[in-house]
Design a protein around this ligand. Sequence first.
Ligand code: TYD
Length: 224
Amino acid sequence: MSEAGSRTRGLFITLEGPEGSGKSLLGRALAARLEANGRRVLLTREPGGTPLGDVLRDVLLLRRELHFAPLAQALVLAASRTQLVQDVIRPALRSGTVVLCDRYVDSTYAYQGFGHGLALEDLRMVMRVATEGLLPDLTLLLDVTPEMGLARKQRQGATSPSEWNRFEAETLAFHNRVRDGYHALAAEHPERWVRLDATSHPEVVAAEAWHAVQQRLIEDPSPP
Ligand code: TYD
C-alpha cells in the first residue's frame, strides 16, 4: 500500500516500539543533538501532548477499572491525535521545526490492530481522517523482546505489575503480537522505517538513530 505524501517544511520523526524500549530516553538524546546542530525541536508524546490529550491519556491508561473496547480505545486515541496534529504538530512543521513524537499512528496499528485484532484497513481509514493524512518522514523502531522491555520498565519505574497501566498489564502473548506487528509494519514501508536494536547501550542506539536522522536532514531542504 502506498502512503500519502506528508512532506511539509519541517521534519516529522516518530519513535515506536514495545514497552520499555527506551523511546523517551532516545527522544531526549535526539532533541539535544538536533538543538546542538542549530535545529528548532519539538518533543511530544502520545497519547497526550495537549491539555485534552493529557486528560484522555489518563482515562485510557490509568482508569483500568473502566471497560474499554479496543475500538473505543482507537477512537479516543484518534481524538487525542487530531488535537495534537492540529494544535501542535502541523504548526511546528510549518515553522520549520523538527518534530519528535513518542508514538503515533503506528502504535495504534501495532496495539489495537495486531495486539487486539482490529482490522488494519479500518484503523488506517480512521487515522487518515484524524490526522488529515499526516505521516512521519522517518519512523525509528526501537526493537526489544516484551520480556526484556517489561522487565526493564519494572526496574526503572520500580513498579509492581498491580500498578501497571492498561497496556503494560496485557499478557505476554499480546505484547508479542505487538512486536510482530511492528516488524510487519516496518517491512511494508522500509523507506520510512529504521529498526534499531534497543538492547544495545543507549549511546549506541542514539548514535545509530542520529545517523538516520542526519540522512533525512540532508534530504530536507528547509533552513535550520
Ligand atoms: P506510556 O506510559 O507512554 O508507555 P511507553 O513508555 O511504552 O510509550 O503509555 C502509552 C501506552 O499506550 C503504551 O502501552 C502503548 C499504548 N498505546 C496504544 O495502545 N495505542 C496507541 O495508539 C498509542 C499512542 C499508545
